[in-house]
Design a binder for this molecule. Structure first.
Ligand SMILES: [Zn+2]
Length: 1015
């Protein structure tokens, strides 16, 4: 019997092998999977959704009891022991009869006491309790009784719990941080305590109902040494002395809120406050003394107030109407997230809040402005109205990201956030959304801490914001704003599901007839559901009959690996387009909405002319055209025919990704992109440099890289001639975008040795060593190329490293940290690496990734030096990255970074052989690390498949585009805008022979730590 089974299996195996599977095509390689990059969280989406749903429920609290009010005391001890203890009384009530158990969260806390009684009664109930660490639950079970329940009367029970724990060091829960008051005196660090609770860490600070839907009010008291001050969400009510060395600060009652939004700080900090006419504090910036001495708080102080006032106007709900509320902007030395929207006590990494005009560059300045904006927007979208669960996180983060750009635009207009939204948000989210494993915005099955963490993704943030912008254009800004105001007003101090938002927008659209041109069948709810309940987005294929003006439009889900994949259903797609005879790129209100797979729209003109769909890239989709129309569009781009800057960026991004996905040959893509030769605008060039850098990574180590780099150098001649490597006097204020574009182009141009770039860098670095500061916006690439082309490598490295250690502006420290890896002196690089990983007060764990990535990528030769260092110091590296690796082996990130930079098969084999020999030591990192190397092998293989196509352009130049002949004859289409059936699929793309035959490793993705700039 056993024998027979075996032979059947063997036959099946032979059969399976006899039918060749089409090679799976993959274009996502290590460089895009690394920490903080586009594809950071794929592993959450490949699991079977039914098993996820079952598992998710396990982690959720029962709703049989709910909290009404908390009374919490925290005692923070910032001396020898670094501990905290405290007591919480939770006023809770049953929601049904027969409840004999109370389940709340508690993680890593010692429970020192527990009692339960009915409010107004002296007698404690009889109960037992136990902890369930795998689910972070604290279960309190009643003996032979149930909680009294009456549908008409709220029966309150008081659950009082004493707790204690060490102050954490992993930057979650209540944790300790440090700084030096004087950077030249590093003998005595000063300690402080801060918190980070989102999404699942309030349970590490006190026993509580740690899910966003369990909203309650909080009375908070913080006991601390008189050496320190304390801060929490609301104003201090009074302070009670506790002997001579301790005090207890008593805070006013908070609004009804979720636990993840609570915060506390205990620190010897300075404050720059604003008081209202009653003398009560309304707004302040707080931070360490040294950062206050040169007024680094001023920018956040001014801009934060302006942003808050503007957001009050936009929402028509005054932040200060919430009783006892003030806004504290706090700068924190160690912070795992970039920033956090705790209600009334917003926290930031110091580099994201403190500004110094001489040492903070344009990138950091805009970062401060837009992170402030993001967190301030959360006061309404997230704090006042909260996502009901983390599976619809986009209701919080999509809006915060949207206002991060469009609120900041109202206050700091010269930073052109509207322009930058295109490349920074739309293009990044289209990419993240173009794999089969992408998650829908509304994503069921989220339960564990790890899966909650995975929702803080490029999709929740960037795609959420992009879809919100599309909706704003669909309804018109004023109607959209009114809908949002109604949503906030009707859901205030409560939670929201997506349908609440959709319904408010539907109501307001009907009230103002905002969607009548889209047809009687149009529904905002259907539209929004099509974009939030399924993953992905379409590519619109537009085929134009230039003789009749009829345009055949079909939609299919885009796939970055293979061109197209299967959509669950069609999207409800807003349509806008401009043409040569109707070139109005300012009109972003859609003229049509299509919801079928295929539709016909009349262009309104006949004869050959360019047609550009998706005006200002307001719709969340890509657009491909028939070849003839592409030719007309390419000619129009070359002739500078008034095509909008955002649409040029859209075309650059689309064309690069169509080529990557196999929908368009590279030689044709580059022919269309050749308009860049005369292009000087910001957005198309940022889109282009992103696309070129991806291609450079593919060609790295091959003989064809110089050919590509020569093309980039040629095409950038005009734009760099326009913005120059040398800044204008006072450029950062008046010519922000000129400076900002240079910041993005120069690093690549120096790396490819474009004429002039390194000369400027070397000269400015030499002047810097001699005492003249480098223009602040030029420092990232001047520091790097100064070190890279140094004739005095050791001295110059030490000069810059010493500046890092002693500088008091954190932005400058980060710029230096990112440049130190450019040293060409091997021992200096080793010193830098050792300092990253050793436990010291030089480089903070929050900056380890920045520093390490700089060390690996500073020069091509660094990869092997750093790999050798890791091999020799595996335990040191593992311990170093442990703090920032929450749910995975600390070795995955550094080794995968190395793997992504291997250049040849021989290097890959050697790397994998080392991994195999050290399999035991690598433990759970082994699989991901092996796969990371395999990714690079696929990258090499994929590149071989497209090189011939690429060389057609790089070696032979572009074919001239001829459209003087008449348009090709096509069968006239029916003159109707009614959708036609059946759906005709666009032709299957011709895929380059990529020869990628080994199993894909998407299911085991490296680099899963989620570091978003702003939470
Ligand atoms: Zn956020």
């Amino acid at each position: 019997m056993a024998m027979l089974k075996l032979s059947i299996l063997a036959a099946a195996f032979v059969c399976a092998c006899a039918v060749p599977h089409p090679p799976l095509r993959n274009t996502i390689f290590g460089d895009e999977k690394l920490e903080g990059q586009i594809f950071e969280n794929l592993q959450y989406q490949v699991e079977d959704s039914s098993s996820r749903n079952i598992a998710a429920n396990e982690y959720r609290l029962p709703t049989t009891t709910i909290p009404v009010h908390y009374n919490v005391l925290w005692n923070i001890v910032l001396t020898t022991y670094f501990i905290f203890n405290g007591e919480v009384t939770i006023n809770l009530t049953p929601t049904q009869a027969g409840v004999n158990e109370i389940v709340i969260h508690s993680e890593d806390l010692n429970i020192t006491s527990l009692s339960l009684k009915k409010q107004g009664s002296e007698a404690n109930l009889e109960y037992s309790y136990f902890l369930q660490p795998d689910l972070d639950f604290l279960r309190v079970q009643l003996f032979n009784s149930t909680l009294d329940y009456d549908a008409n009367v709220e029966n309150i029970y008081e659950l009082t719990i004493g707790f204690s724990a060490s102050l954490r060091t992993d930057m979650y829960g209540i944790y300790r941080s440090w700084y030096f008051e004087n950077p030249n005196n590093t003998a005595l660090p000063i300690y402080m305590a801060s918190t980070q609770f989102q999404g699942t860490s309030a349970r590490k600070a006190f026993p509580c109902y740690d899910e966003p839907s369990f909203k309650a009010t909080f009375d908070i008291r913080i006991r601390h040494s008189t050496q320190f001050k304390s801060w929490s969400c609301t104003r201090i009510n009074n302070t009670i002395p506790e002997g001579t060395t301790y005090v207890t600060d008593v805070y006013h009652t908070t609004p009804k809120m979720s636990t993840y939004l609570l915060a506390l700080i205990v620190a010897d900090y300075d404050s720059r406050p604003v008081n209202n006419t009653q003398g009560l504090i309304t707004y302040e910036v707080i931070g360490r003394h040294a950062a206050f001495e040169d007024s680094q708080y001023e920018y956040a102080f001014d801009v934060g107030q302006a942003l808050l006032a503007e957001m009050n106007n936009i929402t028509d709900i005054d932040f200060y109407e919430i009783p006892h509320m003030k806004m504290t902007q706090a700068s924190i030395p160690d912070f795992s997230a970039g920033a956090m929207e705790n209600w009334g006590l917003l926290t930031y990494r110091e580099a994201y809040l403190m500004y110094n005009s001489e040492h903070t560059n344009s990138n950091s300045k805009q970062l401060i402005a837009y992170i402030l904006s993001h967190e301030i927007a959360h006061m309404w979208f997230g704090n006042l109205v909260t996502n009901e669960w983390w599976d619809v996180l986009w209701l919080n983060e999509g809006f915060a990201r949207y206002y991060q750009y469009f609120l900041t635009h109202e206050v700091e207009t010269y930073m052109e956030f509207e322009t930058r939204f295109i490349t920074e948000q739309i293009h990044t989210s289209l990419l993240a959304d173009s794999v089969t494993s992408a998650h829908p915005l509304s994503h069921s099955g989220i339960g564990s801490q790890e899966s909650v963490s995975g929702m803080f993704s490029t999709l929740s943030y960037n795609k959420g914001a992009a879809v919100i912008r599309m909706t704003e254009k669909l309804l018109g800004s004023n109607v959209h704003k009114q809908g949002l105001r109604n949503y906030l007003k009707n859901r205030a101090f409560d939670i929201a599901a997506p349908i609440h938002l959709f319904q408010e927008l539907q109501n307001v659209a009907e009230e103002f007839n905002a969607t009548e041109e889209y047809g009687a069948d149009f529904s905002v709810i259907d539209y929004y559901q099509s974009w939030t309940e399924q993953a992905g987005h379409p590519v619109l294929n537009v085929q134009v009959n230039h003789q009749t003006g009829q345009m055949l439009i079909s939609q299919q889900r885009f796939d970055i690996n293979s061109g197209y994949s299967t959509a669950l259903r069609n999207w409800v797609v807003p349509i806008t387009f401009a043409t040569k005879s109707n070139p109005y790129f300012e009109n972003t209100k859609p003229t049509h909405v299509i919801s079928d797979g295929i539709a016909i729209i009349n262009r309104g003109s006949v004869g050959d002319e360019w047609v550009i769909f998706n005006i200002q890239q307001t719709g969340f989709y890509r657009v491909n055209y028939d070849n003839y129309t592409w030719d007309l569009n390419a000619l129009a781009l070359r002739q500078n025919s008034g095509i909008h800057e955002y649409n040029k960026a859209q075309i650059v991004n689309d064309v690069f990704q169509f080529a990557r996905a196999g929908l368009m040959p590279y030689h044709r893509a580059l022919n269309i992109l050749s308009f860049l030769e005369n292009e000087v605008e910001y957005a198309p060039w940022v889109a282009a440099i992103t696309g070129f850098n991806w291609l450079r990574n593919r060609l790295a180590g091959t003989e064809n890289l110089p050919k590509l780099e020569s093309l980039i150098a040629n095409w950038t001649t005009t734009v760099i001639g326009n913005i120059t490597y040398e800044p204008l006097p006072n450029e950062t204020g008046t010519n922000f975008m000129r400076s900002y574009l240079r910041m993005q182009l120069a690093p690549t141009l120096c790396a490819i040795n474009a004429p002039g770039c390194r000369d400027v860098a070397i000269r400015q670095f030499q002047e810097f060593v001699e005492g003249t500061e480098v223009p602040v916006d030029s420092r990232p690439w001047v520091y790097c190329n100064g070190l890279r082309n140094s004739t005095n490598a050791v001295v110059n490295f030490n000069f810059l490293y010493n500046r890092f250690k002693t500088h008091t502006v954190y932005n400058e420290k980060i710029v230096i940290l990112s440049a130190l890896g450019c040293t060409i002196h091997r021992e200096s690089l080793i010193t830098f690496l050792t300092d990253i990983f050793e436990d010291n007060y030089i480089i903070r764990p929050q900056d380890y990734s920045t520093a390490f990535n700089a060390a690996v990528s500073g020069n091509e030769e660094n990869t092997q030096i750093v790999f050798e260092f890791i091999k020799q110091n595996l335990t040191l590296v593992e311990n170093g990255f442990r703090v920032t690796s929450r749910f995975r082996s600390p070795l995955i990130s550094p080794l995968s970074t190395i793997a992504s930079r291997l250049r040849t098969e021989a290097e890959i084999n050697e790397f994998q052989q080392w991994a195999v020999e050290n399999r035991q030591v690598l433990g759970s990192a082994f699989g991901p690390v092996m796969n990371a190397a395999e990714d690079t092998r696929q990258s090499i293989s994929w590149t071989k498949g497209i090189e011939g196509d690429l060389l057609l352009y790089l070696e032979e130049g572009g074919a001239s585009i001829q459209t003087s002949t008449s348009a090709p004859t096509t069968t006239p289409l029916p003159s109707s805008t009614v959708t036609a059936n059946p759906v005709v699929a666009p032709p299957t793309p011709e895929l380059p022979d990529s020869a990628v035959t080994s199993a894909l490793s998407i299911s085991i993705i490296v680099g899963v730590a989620i570091i978003n700039f702003a939470l």
